[in-house]
Design a protein around this ligand. Structure first.
Ligand code: ADP
Ligand code: MG
Length: 309
């Protein structure tokens, strides 16, 4: 997939572009359904399928003090869009200047003049442009003027509930991983760089944990989780701990994973965690020994959850 991180002046011609527009946070089943439709249409008319998205998220620009709520950092959003088979992702830098474009200017100057869009697929309640005044109705009106077709897609339901990023956020905040997985069509994940912690996992407890530094995203409810840890293109079973390590009273929130049957220095590497199930709350133990006994049980339980021996 080609990735273009510019709002305009793409420097190339797009062939019969079929496009969808949105934040696509989470790249959930509903988004995946739209991408599928876009690709199908592009194939039909011999065109290119384009996902048009923005970063940072408008709320991050307009209200930076708000606590992290995004499901994915932008790099993962783009990677997952690529996995759906789209030809191009345009990731427009969401600047004050960009935010000041009216819906009509955005459609005319960018979608029509710069991209030459032929067909647009959007969700029913899409809104865009300054003051979020752009709607499906406006797109259709402008489509007639500029010569592109617009189709609003039904929201996707799973077991009678509508899929939305906010619903998935609630499930992840509550630690309901299987619930979130069902709506995402893939496991919830966190990605980060392996950094140094206090160095006690391996030495003191006999369970080294790779500590992750992540971008500002929503983190599942603190606790112990069975996960798959992906590092250097390989996938390993693991037990993750999201929390404050109350037994040691550092007062510092950390995201750590003990990778099973693994013994390598991976400081500085990128690690991706796919969450499978929440195992328990984080609790304060009276001694490191009690903690070690519990970690051994956690490891056995994680193996059962992940189906490894
Ligand atoms: P720190 O406090 O710096 O995280 P740890 O004692 O927890 O130190 O050790 C973690 C480091 O050990 C990891 O960053 C990784 O490089 C290495 N390591 C070796 N084996 C494992 C394993 N099985 N799981 C996680 N990390 C491991
Ligand atoms: Mg550690």
């Amino acid at each position: 997939m080609e990735v273009i991180c510019k709002a305009k002046d793409f420097g190339r011609f797009f062939k019969n572009p079929v496009l969808t527009l949105g934040n696509f946070d989470g790249v959930h089943l509903g988004h995946q359904r739209i991408f599928q439709q876009v690709r199908r249409k592009a194939q039909e008319i011999g065109g290119e399928s384009i996902a048009y998205t923005f970063a940072p998220h408008p709320v991050q620009l307009l209200k930076p003090e708000k606590e992290p709520f995004l499901l994915l950092p932008i790099s993962e959003r783009i990677r997952l869009i690529g996995e759906t088979g789209m030809d191009v992702t345009i990731c427009a830098p969401f600047t004050q200047e960009f935010a000041s474009l009216t819906a009509e200017e955005f459609v005319r100057d960018i979608l029509h003049r710069q991209i030459g869009v032929r067909q647009i697929y959007v969700g029913q309640n899409t809104s865009f442009g300054r003051g979020r005044t752009g709607s499906v109705a406006l797109l259709k009106e402008l489509g007639e003027r500029y010569g592109f077709a617009v189709e609003a897609m039904e929201a996707v339901e799973v077991k009678g509930t509508l899929i939305s990023s906010s619903r998935i956020r609630r499930l992840i905040r509550g630690g309901n991983i299987p619930g979130a997985t069902e709506l995402l069509g893939r496991p919830p994940l966190l990605v980060g760089e392996v950094i140094r912690g206090f160095g006690r996992g391996g030495k003191k407890l006999g369970f080294p944990t790779a500590n992750l530094k992540i971008e500002k995203v929503l983190v599942p409810k603190p606790g112990i989780y069975a996960v798959w840890a992906i590092c250097g293109g390989q996938k390993f079973p693991g037990v993750a701990n999201l929390g404050w390590n109350p037994t040691f009273q550092d007062g510092k929130f950390s995201i750590e994973v003990h990778i099973l049957n693994f013994n390598k220095d991976i400081y500085g590497q990128t690690l991706r965690l796919e969450f499978v199930e929440r195992q328990r709350d984080e609790v304060t133990f009276r001694s490191p020994e009690e903690l070690i006994t519990q970690i051994k049980k956690d490891v056995e339980q994680a193996k059962r959850i992940l189906g490894v021996v």
